[in-house]
Structures are given as C-alpha cells and as structure tokens.
Design a protein around this ligand. Sequence first.
Ligand SMILES: Nc1ncnc2c1ncn2[C@@H]1O[C@H](COP(=O)(O)OP(=O)(O)OP(=O)(O)O)[C@@H](O)[C@H]1O
Ligand SMILES: [Mg+2]
Length: 406
Amino acid sequence: MSDAEPIIALENVYKIFGPNPRGRAFDLCSSGVGKDEVQRQTGHVVGMRDISFEVHKGEIFVVMGLSGSGKSTAIRTVNKLHDVTSGRVVVEGINVQDLTGTALQAFRREKLSMVFQHFALFPHRNVIDNTAYGLKVQGVEKRERHEAAIEALAMVGLEAYAFNSTRELSGGMQQRVGLARALCSDPDILLMDEAFSALDPLIRRQMQDELMAIQSKLHKTILFITHDLNEALRIGNRVCILRDGKVIQIGTPEEILTEPADGYVAEFVQDVDQGRVIEVEKVMQAAVFLDTSKSLTECVDSLGERRGGFVVDGDGRPIGLLSVNDAASALAHGTTDLGSVLRSDFDTTTPHARFNDNYAAAGRGLPIAVLDEAGRLVGELEPREIMEEMGRVEELVDGFEREVFL
Ligand SMILES: Nc1ncnc2c1ncn2[C@@H]1O[C@H](COP(=O)(O)OP(=O)(O)OP(=O)(O)O)[C@@H](O)[C@H]1O
Ligand SMILES: [Mg+2]
C-alpha cells in the first residue's frame, strides 16, 4: 500500500493562528521554538508545526493526539476550511491552496465528505433528506438522490428509519445518519473528525466495526481523527501521533506499540490493550509434535513445561491434542494408551488473527493450534501463559465471559 500514489499529502505544513501568522511567530516556530514559547513571545497560537504525512488510496489513516495537538486543524487544511501558513496540501494531485470559488466548492462536494463529532444533522429534515442533502445541493433530482440515500442508509443499517425524524433517533443512530450522508455522494475520501467520540463505548465499538466493514467493501480513503489510542490502533492501517502541532510518530499499529518513538507515545501505549493489535504469529510458540509410536508417559515427558502437544496427519494437519491435564488424569486411572487420551475438540487459529480473537478459546485453558492456509500446524498458542506474563489474567477472564455470556 505504501508504494501507491498518495491521495492526500501534507508537505511541511505550518498553521499559525493570530493577526500576523507569517511574521515573527512563524520565524520562531520554524526555527524550532516550541508552541508555548511562541505563544508567550508573540501571542500567536501554533496549530501545526511542519507536519508532513501521506494518506494512500484505500487506507484508514488515523491522526491521534491529545486535545489541542492540532488534529482538527490538520484535517481542516485538507478541504481548505483552513488556509495554511506555509507548506502544501495536495489531494489527488490538486494543490488545495490554489482552489477558490466554484472550483473549491466542486472539489469539496465531489472529492470528499466530512463526518463531524456532533452529527450536525438538520433537525427539521427527516433521515432520508439529511442523508441526501449533499446530492440535493449538487442538483441531483429527488428520485435519484433518494435511491442513493436508501443505499447509503442500508450500509449503516438504517433503511427502515428513512422517513423518521432525526429527533427520534439515539445518538448512535444519528451518527450513522452522519456516516450515511457522507457515503451518499460516493466521495473518494472521507474525513472523520472525532466522529465516534461522543458515543458511549459499546456503540462506539459497533460503529468502528461498521466503518471497517464498510471500508472492506468500498475501499475509500479515510482520514480519521481521534484522541483515543485504542480506537486509533483498532481501526487504523497507519497511525500518526501529534503533539503540540508536531508529528511525533507515523507507523502501523504494531510499530507504534512495539517501537514507540518517545516517552510521550510510550505513555499512551501503556494504557492500550495490546491483544487487540498483536497478531498470533508474534506470540505463538513452536508446537510439540507427538510421536504416536511412543507411550503416553513418553509423550507427557516430551511436553516438558508445555500444556499440550499435537499429533498430525501425513500432511501436517493436527488431528489430536494431548493436554497435560487429560494425560495426568488418564495416567492416574491407569490408562497408558495415547490414542484414548487425545482430544479432537481443540481450538484453532491462524497466524494473522489478533491475539484477542482467541479469548473464548483461551478460557478453556487448552493450547490452541495455529494453522496455515492449508490447515497445517505451524505453531501453538497458550494464551493463559501469555496473559499471565502481561499480567492481565483478569482481563482474559472478563473477555471470555463477555464473549460467552453476552
Ligand atoms: N480558529 C482558531 N483560532 C485560534 N486558535 C486556534 C483556532 N483553531 C485551533 N486553534 C488552536 O490550535 C491548536 C490546535 O487546535 P485543534 O483544534 O486542531 O486541536 P485538536 O487536536 O483538534 O483538539 P481537540 O481534541 O480538543 O479537538 C490549539 O492550541 C487551539 O487552541
Ligand atoms: Mg479537534
């Protein structure tokens, strides 16, 4: 993906707020003086300091940072809601700063849609008219724009509410309408500024899932702003971390987690549920392959410290799991035959699954077989051990209960 032509590129963008943005405030800022000091000396506020990043076609690029770090300012330069003080913003080859008047209007309508934190729906219009609003402004006739709106509402699961008033909808539903409205004009680019931040956690997660599902169908280019690192890591293909108007790090979720650029990022990372991001491949171990010609006792010995081992068929596919617990109780009852102790109801996963996808299976306390695409055993996951190391057994149990009982 990173080889692709960028759809959005910010090149050394500065944004300074105040009466004379290109004066001394800019000189100080561009020579490395920090945001607070620039403000103290000049009364100007640094919104963006030498920010560069590229968003590639089809990716969800997340800009993350604390309040005041410059996220909204950055996203607003992309559709020229803000002029830049210095640097360039290029969208699909167009230098956004050059756009004015009708060209700017056409650009905003056709190339991109924006979803805001506070829904920004028209309370006196019903759901379908809110959704179709952008097309109406473009002069699309009613039947056609209603068809497009129904299709967009179906994507967010709200087609049944098309003729309801937006006042009758919950916050989550209103935000779905906001998303449907953005999708309705079928733009290449979605700009989403804290679009889910006002929602409560469960609804927020659902919206994240829906956005990812929609994205896997539509392959939009999405610039997504959040102050929540968990959200950033969950939905972002790449994440850019801002602080005081400056880029601190750009990387994949895994890079951010495993190689935080500095203490600031590291501090954020501490609070993150790593299991959402880490792939099975990173934490699996080599599986123990059992030799069926050996006795049960010999097989147990070959497990060493491990909780289990596998018997595979001629193609390397696991057909049985010997767990230490099963073996111990069998031996206690005088059973010595390996075959009678093997279980076939073991769980499986894949190297690129997320660690957390295995919560329910982990709750059974058995090793999980990691299989490649051909179903061959390539490793073994012992989630409890890993969670213990991460000191998060309680979380594992919670996750298991959530998955099983909710
Ligand atoms: N129109 C403006 N006039 C003056 N200063 C502004 C303006 N807009 C933003 N700023 C300042 O620019 C800096 C970045 O603001 P911005 O709104 O981009 O932050 P943010 O990261 O989006 O924060 P939040 O999470 O609170 O939305 C802040 O210091 C803010 O006070
Ligand atoms: Mg903001």
